[in-house]
Design a protein. Sequence first.
Length: 543
Amino acid sequence: MKKLIVIFQLLMLVLVVPAQAQNQKKDFRKDFEAFKKKAKKEYADFRKQALAEYTKFVREAWEEFGAEPPVAIPEEEKVEPMVVPGYEEETAGFFSKLFGGGDKKDKKAQKEKEKQEKEKKKMAKREKSNKILPVATVVPAPAPATKQPQPLAKVEQTSDPNPYYKFDVFGTECKVRMGNNCRFTLPGVSGDEVADAITQFTKPQFDNMLYDCLEERKAHNFSDWAYYQMLLALTNKFYGNHTNEATLALAFLYSQSGYKMRMAHDGKTLYMIVASQYNMFGKSYFYVDGEWYYLLENIKDGDKLNICKAKFPKESAMSLQMNARQDFAERPVNERTITSLKNPDFSFTLHSNKNYIDFFDTYPASYTGGNFMSRWAMYANTPLEKGITEQLYPQMRAKLKGMTPLEQVQQLLWWVEGKTDIKKTNPNQGCFLYAYDDDVWGRDRAFFGEETFFYPYCDCEDRAILLSHLVRDLVGLDVVLVYYPGHLAMAVEFKENVQGAGYMLNGRKFTVCDPTYIGADVGEEMPNVAGKGANVILLKRES
């Protein structure tokens, strides 16, 4: 009998425990949903409470500041590119055959075969110096990028039924939920009028607008600069190009995404000025509460603006670093074949993505650490976009296969060296062509790697930056940029002992590679900069 009682009790336990577990599961789900709902409300309340507090200060925290004139990129002496003696004669026959004719000098060289052979032998006997070159200064690598700014509190979607509003940013479609209930009027730019308009942004429809903007930033892997350009494109299209309403909406979205900005006005026009981790060339700026804020639109030097000093909690300055490849839509243009004149087999055809070219054209030159020379590190540390690497790198790896690292770097150096065309007489020569920035652009204009493939002419800094990408990505060696007054070259740290001039940095030898010394080999320093103390610019490797 006792056994039957025990069995009955066990059966009851088996039946009761699952029922209790099921009830507990239901209770847990109910409690969790209630917690989520409560947390969601707290997120929204916290952010909107901060916005309400901010609005109070907007009514009164305005002060007049004078604009500081933009910092100009330093003027530099012109250092002419040099050609290794005999190189033009050596390549003249190939160049003429490849491009159909050539100038008188090419034709004359083509006929003088005996002279060519003599010059080839002369080049073959060229001796390289193994001397260690003087270093004037070492420019530190830029500090690693901080985490991209985030909203003060998590932004949650609401049930507002607005449709998606589509807009274009550098040929790339984006969409954000916006409707007529997102429109507002800003009758003037006084503190009270701006504050009254800001109160509109606490409505639910603006939560979805902000949520979608942040989702687009994540979906396209937009850098801070690209995200600013996206917000600018959205607000200008929806509220009217550079209207005060557009600027206020831009300031709302930008600040609520976690970025540090201040609003300003001249009595008629509202502006947004932004804090940046980098010093921008060519932009007027204001010194507010111990920090530089840049006006990304043009005003006259010395103009004064009334600036709102109200702060938003946990705001972060914009970074101009682009540490990852951004996802712009493909718009192929300008197919181009680029051939090494020293090795005609090292020839590649590729096209550019015009959307990237347009984006890079908006990018402000900048520097960090108070050192103007740091500006080139920004370009060299920005990874090439995948459209270029997917076209170029598999072909290059196939051509470089089986070569030693020295031979690989030599092929890349010869490919980037190309030719000079200082007078810009023939921009379609099938290789990289050297011309001065002042003659092409009327000012200094450094290129991101992609731009060197797109534009017909490039100068020393563009070549050194592009070569730095190729060597790091394809050969896997560390590089530095080398700056002489008026000239930028590059140097490579080989794992084995390599003949040639170089720089010693903490016991590591970086061997000179100068793609502006046309026809030069690894380890050859351009004679017209030889003996000048070089400024070595440290880089990080991106891949």
